[in-house]
Design a protein around this ligand. Structure first.
Ligand code: MRU
Length: 367
């Protein structure tokens, strides 16, 4: 999307690759909205660290980063011995896979890349195929988000008030985003609407990233505290909810997304408000049979016990908020059952969550 910093507007992708330097280029999301900076990771271990430490985050964005990281690792191998190369690629794959457990996009992206690589007969051929596969994943990610925008735009009518949770915007993908795609498409059609961004504690992706994105795109919005949505729903102030997902089960229609999504889905059901989830095909897990099996990432308690921000002098600082002697539980995601979801907005159209399995052929399921 276009980013305007100090009156200069340029188009950026969240994730890109510099083939000459064999480096993955990432927007440093921890600094936003206070500073806009692109960093380069020099090897696959640094790329995995960037995912783990959330320099880059969001399902599609870490999927693309993992695919580029796999190519980066493969391309760094010196020699012609296929057996040694395969062992090296396995280490790269496992390192990137372990960086964050809940989102399935990195695994899907790297599995596709490895399948593509297997057509190469030499190390050199496989290295080239790894990069081609990563570029292909990134291209599909953008195309899927564009298609989600086309299908989802019809849900947003003029004057509506839309709630979103966390950041499933372009910063969470290579470009455009999923939950935001219908918003950007509706805006392009000239519709005026208002977005409430859940703050999304503990890391505040709604208050920092989604609000920054919407401000950049000049979409009317306000940040609300995570516990304010029920009040707004009760007063008729929310017409529609659109969120993203880190893993959607193709067999059951259950949706893993940022912690707090389930609460919003329960509230939306209580108030008869449509609740939609927007996903590219790379977010579908066709194997898992129950939402209880989804690995839920638990992050460090410091995220809950305090907050990061910028001082009046522009210095980025962490402040302790909680009682000094208290600890915290910090699950990063929750799982929303299919019966609370009105529809899943996919690149192939909008489906009921339990229709995904029946539509699996058109949704990219391969045996
Ligand atoms: O922990 P994060 O920031 O990587 O979490 C991902 C998210 O931003 C959300 O869960 C989002 O709604 C889905 S990812 C497109």
């Amino acid at each position: 999307m276009n980013v305007t910093v100090r009156s200069r507007t340029r188009h950026f992708r969240t994730v890109a690759f510099d083939a000459e330097r064999n480096a993955v280029l990432l927007i440093e999301q921890r600094l936003l909205p206070h500073e806009f900076k692109v960093i380069a990771t020099r090897d696959f271990r640094e790329t995995a660290r960037a995912i783990r430490e959330m320099i880059v985050r969001g399902a599609g964005a870490i999927g693309a980063t993992a695919a580029y990281g796999l190519a980066q690792g493969a391309r760094a191998f010196r020699g012609r011995d296929m057996k040694r190369f395969e062992r090296h690629v396995e280490v790269v794959y496992q390192t990137l896979k372990a960086a964050r457990p809940t989102a399935v996009d990195p695994v899907n992206a790297m599995n596709d890349a490895r399948a593509t690589m297997s057509a190469g007969e030499t190390v050199e051929e496989q290295q080239a195929l790894a990069l081609a596969a990563a570029e292909e994943f990134a291209r599909h990610d953008v195309e899927h988000c564009e298609a989600i925008g086309r299908h989802g735009a019809k849900l947003i009518r003029p004057g509506m008030k839309v709630l979103t949770h966390c950041n499933a915007g372009w910063l969470a993908f290579v470009d455009i985003g999923t939950a935001t795609a219908p918003m950007y498409a509706a805006q392009a059609l000239g519709r005026k609407f208002h977005v409430y961004c859940d703050e999304t504690r503990p890391r505040s992706q709604g208050a920092t990233l989604t609000a920054w994105e919407l401000a950049q795109q000049k979409i009317s919005h306000q940040i609300i505290a995570d516990n304010a949505a029920g009040h707004l729903m009760q007063r008729g102030q929310i017409d529609l909810v659109i969120v993203g997902s880190d893993r959607t089960l193709g067999r059951t229609g259950e949706v893993a997304n940022k912690i707090g999504t389930y609460t919003k889905a329960v509230l939306a059901k209580r108030h008869g408000i449509p609740f939609y989830v927007a996903i590219p095909l790379s977010t579908i897990d066709w194997t898992m049979k129950s939402g209880f099996d989804i690995p839920i990432e638990e992050r460090h308690e410091s995220e809950v016990l305090g907050a990061w921000g910028v001082t009046a002098k522009g210095k980025r600082e962490y402040v302790r908020v909680a009682n000094p002697g208290s600890g915290a539980f910090n699950a990063g995601f929750d799982v929303t059952p299919a019966e609370l979801i009105t529809g899943i907005i996919t690149p192939a159209g909008i489906f009921k969550p339990r229709e995904l399995w029946a539509k699996r052929r058109s949704l990219g399921y391969v045996l």
